[in-house]
Design a protein. Structure first.
Length: 421
């Protein structure tokens, strides 16, 4: 249960923060956000704000989504559908009810024959299903549709649709999801550094925490000691110290150590440990920490950048030498959540940061169906001076989405085999 809760929290936080990026910049661009949902599946709760956005909480606590007007939406109405209309004093439709779960007062029953809720803003049909009584009603610009599950949404006239925003606004809205994932990663790494008490000082050879069961402790080394040289080779930074020690597994090594006002000569035998199929030396020490406020902030940003670069390198390796074992889906995330839940809150924060930056980078890949694919279409539009037709864009997105779903199925099956068989 702890693993499941950890998985749901990590996955939901990363996805909801991503979707909030799209939501925020869509709003700023004048695009109507019809729904902002936390969770998936059947609706548990909904509230429509004055700005027209319906906020919902759904039954399956995994991620969430944003529904922007005119943005890959399915139409709620179809010819032949029975609906009920609520009319205002100006004879305009203010609500179109398609749900059997909701009853509107003084509503007019209508069997829809045609409608246009985008440009003409009107709906036509048979009143009470009587084919002799055909009527067309004007629909108010901010009218609402009640969906089959009872969710109440604004209609999506042309002027508030995604495509009606300026190109730079659409590009920013598409980029905002991954951007939010990168910002979340930075915030989480900064939080981790603060919880750790500081950031490792790479420019110093002063010892921080000393493992009581390690080689350094056995040789009498203490926290605060500064290693000046290794076998008479001067070292001035932590990476230099690590490199020298790693080359001496199970070899007696002489360290020149500065302890307060004393200079000591200490003999130590680094423990041999396996790392990337080779044996390296290890003292069992950590670098001292820089504990200033800005040291921690800068350290968190640097950790975020280093992680970002490492993922790009791994992505390059994936492209040049593709293997499903280098990918992970929900099953892999669940397994990592299991390990993180057992190791504590710090590991959960680190896992969330890693998944967030991964999601941000993957979503920027120029693949149809992902944010990067949409940005690519925006760039094509900027070059051509006009957008690709909706039909062609729909086909491109559908093909890309199909390929992504196929890849997800393969990755998930591979994860199941790896972790359970």
């Amino acid at each position: 249960m702890r693993t499941l809760i950890t998985f749901l929290i990590v996955f939901s936080v990363v996805v909801v923060i991503h979707e909030f990026g799209h939501f925020y910049f869509a709003k700023k661009s004048g695009i109507l956000v019809r729904e902002f949902s936390i969770g998936m599946g059947p609706k548990l709760f909904s509230h429509q704000a004055k700005d027209g956005t319906t906020y919902t909480i759904r039954a399956i606590p995994m991620g969430g989504y944003v529904r922007m007007a005119g943005y890959e939406e399915e139409e709620e109405l179809k010819a032949g559908m029975p609906v009920s209309l609520q009319i205002n004093e100006n004879d305009e439709v203010v609500k179109i009810n398609t749900s059997k779960k909701v009853q509107l007062d003084n509503a007019i029953p209508l069997e829809v024959t045609k409608y246009d809720l985008t440009d003409a803003l009107e709906i036509t049909g048979f009143i009470n299903g009587d084919e002799q009584k055909v009527r067309t009603y004007p629909v108010k610009h901010d009218a609402e549709v009640i969906e089959e599950d009872g969710t109440q949404l604004r209609i999506a006239p042309r002027d508030v649709q995604f495509q009606s925003a300026k190109l730079w606004q659409r590009m920013l809205t598409n980029f905002a999801g991954p951007m939010n994932n990168f910002l979340l990663t930075i915030v989480l790494f900064i939080a981790i550094v603060f919880l750790q008490g500081g950031v490792p000082n790479e420019d110093s050879t002063v010892l921080g925490e000393v493992d009581p069961n390690g080689a350094a402790a056995a040789a009498g080394l203490k926290s605060g000691d500064e290693i000046v040289s290794i076998d008479q080779e001067n070292v001035s930074s932590w990476p230099e110290l690590q490199q020298e020690i790693q080359q001496k597994p199970e070899k007696e090594t002489t360290l020149e150590v500065k302890r307060k006002d004393q200079v000591l000569s200490v003999d130590v035998t680094p423990e041999g440990v396996k790392s990337q199929n080779q044996e390296v030396g290890q003292l069992g020490v950590q670098a001292s920490l820089e504990t200033g406020f800005w040291d921690k902030v800068v350290g968190g940003v640097k950790e975020s950048w280093d992680t970002f670069v490492q993922i790009l390198v791994a992505l390059k390796s994936l492209i040049t030498n593709f293997s499903l074992d280098q990918l992970g889906g929900p099953v892999a995330i669940f397994e990592m959540s299991n390990q993180a839940a057992q190791q504590g809150a710090m590991t959960v924060l680190l896992l969330t940061a890693m998944i967030s930056v991964n999601l941000g980078i993957v979503n920027l890949l120029p693949i149809p169906g992902l944010d990067g694919g949409k940005l690519l279409l925006n760039i094509v539009e900027a070059v051509r001076g006009k957008p690709i037709s909706e039909e062609k864009e729909g086909i491109i997105t559908l093909v890309g989405f199909g390929l992504l779903m196929l890849l997800m199925v393969l990755v998930t099956w591979n994860d199941i085999q790896r972790f359970f068989f």
